[in-house]
Design a protein around this ligand. Sequence first.
Ligand code: SAM
Length: 337
Amino acid sequence: MITVLRIGHRPERDKRITTHVALVARAFGADKIIVDKDDEKLKNTVERVTQKFGGNFTIEFNDWRKYLKDYNGKVVHLTMYGIPYEKKIRELKKEKDILIIVGAEKVPREVYERADYNLAVRNQPHSEVSALAIFLKDLIPEKKFYGELRIIPQEKGKKVLRIPSREECISLLKKYGADERLLKHSIKCSEVALKMSENCNVDKMLIEAGALLHDIGKTVVKGIRHGVEGYYILKNEGYDEILARFCSTHVGAGIRKSEAKKLGLPDMDYIPRTLEEKIVCHADTLLAGDRITDIEEVKKYYIEQGLEREVPRLERLHNYLQKKCKKDFMELLLLNK
Ligand code: SAM
């Protein structure tokens, strides 16, 4: 647990600087910030960013002397008077709990004495925001954030993906006239997909939305074209390609280009590529309506449908996901209860 302790916060003067300290702490992978003076506005700003952009970062207000006295992990004080931080970074990477203190105005001498390490980011005066960013960037590997908004890095332009909430997905299904059966299947698919990804470092919010919407095309057409129809519905509704692809990539265990051509489907990619797409596709494969089947039953069904050529790919996907998600999917059958 990496905690930042901000001391000397003066709400009227340091509003922006303390906000920046908190945002840097969050973006560079710390878990929590303690600020020594109550500031409701600061709390709201930090919580709003975390809600929108993801992560479990928290903000707390506490008496810094008391907090420091009771703290059990290693204490790092960032100060221009310390030794170069580069000398201690390898040692600190092995620690479980670290408290990083940054000041505002003059920091009391007792902090220099209490710290296990006084560390400098160059021995020149600059700012707590820059010192904290540089130090955390070297201390913690980059974290993934899964919030309502995802930044899709662009060399040119600007792209942000918004993930619709569960409620929004269900209203959209209803808007397109989804019947009770389709709603039940879609909800079950999201439960199965989330269960499959429990132990996996994946985007669970995206999985939930993708699973809820994967069959929206069935409101327009049954049969193999429903994937591509769903893709068009979501694109027309203004959702991103990333979400729309859950519709076009979930049919079968994905459809190869040559096969898609034979089936008269438009020329696009029907293979689930990302781990999230693979999980939703396979969750759907393991479902018959809202009942979970097992892989043997699915294989039998494929053979009955004349799809025996697709069975090896289905098996490969099943084994790959079991390994990747560190999970025995047989236990999914318990969800039938
Ligand atoms: N003279 C002040 C002091 O007592 O250290 C400097 C205040 S400075 C504006 C605010 C904070 O920035 C400091 O408390 C320290 O945490 C951080 N800081 C500034 N320069 C730093 C440096 N070279 N290395 C590490 N931290 C620094």
